[in-house]
Design a protein around this ligand. Structure first.
Ligand code: 2IT
Length: 448
């Protein structure tokens, strides 16, 4: 059995009931065979793959909180510190009702490679809770965040672990989390969290960064194919922070976004998501209603209940911006049947491995989310730099650096593919490039 297959088998045995984590492990390890074969002896001796798939630590804690009626509830909190070979653990916090250890581990594992691609010194971590923000009041959100931080604070720090937002955690939540951290520790600690508000150490462009970065990355991919964003139509899913930033940048570059989605269904707006419609997404997110139908109610376009855009609306590019496992095999088949040529993955692990294999076998160009959405965490890295230098850069400066980083990621992917003589396949290239850097850092630092 090959070294990779051995490690996949061991990992399965040691992580029963964790399909999402196994899916990423198989996806990443499945792409790095050329790199592993070249250095197998050294990698085996240093148990690199075995260490790569085992988190440094997994913290699970109780989060009690009181609702507005004075009733107490208990949720589970998590922080998975996966790998700090190239810098302090870094990654978001997700508050969503179906969060579990499996979700946290797949996200933290992905984050390790994603952060390495940014070229900034950040390791991989992820955290969150099964707390459901839907329908919660501002006070309830505040009390939950404070209780969550009452435990999390002892595990984080500017040189140790730097959390940020993810689904269900935006500027408001980061503010409450940071306020409580500062209250407990009594120190600003270089800002500790990223995604902070502008008035207390946040970075311009951080809210836009994931969507902007995803669009910049796509632009590089299209350039490679001799195409541009201008004139193309896009189906997006989600309506949160990421879909908002992407809609803004796609609109600016002359593309047209015609769908958005939520847990309730999707909206189809053939005139395009532009201008005040883009701004309205922020209100929808802040309302905690978690409904995309609010968009069609306000702007009078079609709403299709209980469905996803995939296979229902034809476009030049599909861009899942909502959550994991959004593109299943049946969606991949519908996409191929409809003749949609490009899947730009934005949300973390939106495509199942079988859907990915089907798309690639049928000539669809798929970009890897760990590269595409890396602009978010990269800009978090820029926020960390500004905080430690006691500086605040202009929006243009942050945007310029973000654009360079995304271009750099695409270059690294192309270089990695060239090194192993492989054809243009950004999914494989991202895994190879991410793996190489993390493995080199782990080898240099010895076994611990
Ligand atoms: O998935 C992600 O990269 C994020 N949620 C952002 C993480 C960060 O530290 O900014």
């Amino acid at each position: 059995m090959s070294y990779i297959s051995e490690v996949i088998e061991q990992t399965k045995l040691r992580n029963p009931g964790q399909p999402q984590f196994m899916q990423t492990v198989e996806e990443v390890l499945g792409s790095i065979a050329p790199a592993v074969e070249q250095n197998e002896k050294k990698l085996r001796k240093n148990v690199i793959l075995e260490r790569l798939v085992e988190p440094d630590r997994q913290i699970i804690f109780r989060v009690p909180w009181m609702d507005d009626n004075g009733v107490y509830h208990v949720n589970t909190g998590y922080r998975v510190q996966f790998n700090n070979a190239i810098g302090p653990y870094k990654g978001g916090l997700r508050f969503q009702k179906d969060v579990n250890l499996d979700t946290m581990k797949f996200l933290a594992f992905e984050q390790t490679f994603k952060n390495s691609l940014t070229s900034l010194p950040m390791g991989g971590g992820k955290g969150g809770s099964d707390f459901d923000p839907t329908g919660k009041s501002d006070d309830e959100i505040m009390r939950f965040c404070q209780s969550f931080m009452n435990e999390l604070y002892r595990h984080i720090g500017p040189n140790m672990d730097v959390p940020a937002g993810d689904m269900g955690v935006g500027g408001r939540e980061i503010g409450y989390l940071f306020g409580q951290y500062k209250k407990i520790v009594g120190d600003y600690e270089n800002g500790v969290l990223t995604g902070k508000g502008l008035s207390y150490g946040g970075s311009l462009i951080r809210p836009e960064a994931t969507g902007f970065g995803a669009t910049y990355f796509l632009d590089e991919v299209l350039k490679h194919e001799g195409q541009t964003i201008e004139g193309k139509t896009f189906c997006l899913s989600g309506f949160g922070n990421v879909a908002w930033g992407a809609s803004k940048k796609i609109d600016e570059l002359g593309g047209k976004v015609v769908t958005l989605s939520g847990p309730d269904g999707f909206i189809y707006d053939p005139d395009g998501v532009t201008g005040e419609k883009i701004d309205y997404l922020l209100e929808m997110r802040a309302s905690n209603r978690n409904r995309v139908q609010d968009y069609s109610d306000k702007f009078g376009c079609d709403f299709v209940a209980g469905k996803k855009p995939w296979g229902n609306v034809k476009a030049d590019i599909y861009m899942p911006c909502a959550r994991q496992n959004e593109i299943l095999l049946e969606d991949a088949k519908a996409m191929v049947a409809m003749g949609v040529p490009i899947l730009n993955e934005v949300s973390n692990m939106p495509t199942t491995n079988e859907a990915l294999a089907y798309l690639q076998a049928h000539g669809v160009l798929v970009t890897p989310s760990k590269a595409v959405n890396a602009g978010g965490v990269a800009t978090s890295g820029l926020e960390m730099s500004q905080n430690s230098e006691r500086l605040s850069w202009q929006a243009e400066e942050v945007d310029r650096q973000l654009k360079n980083i995304m271009k750099g990621i695409h270059n690294q992917i192309c270089d990695a593919l060239d090194t192993y003589g492989l054809p243009y396949n950004p999914v494989a290239g991202a895994n190879l490039a991410g793996f190489k850097k993390v493995a080199d850092a782990m080898l240099a630092q010895g076994i611990y």
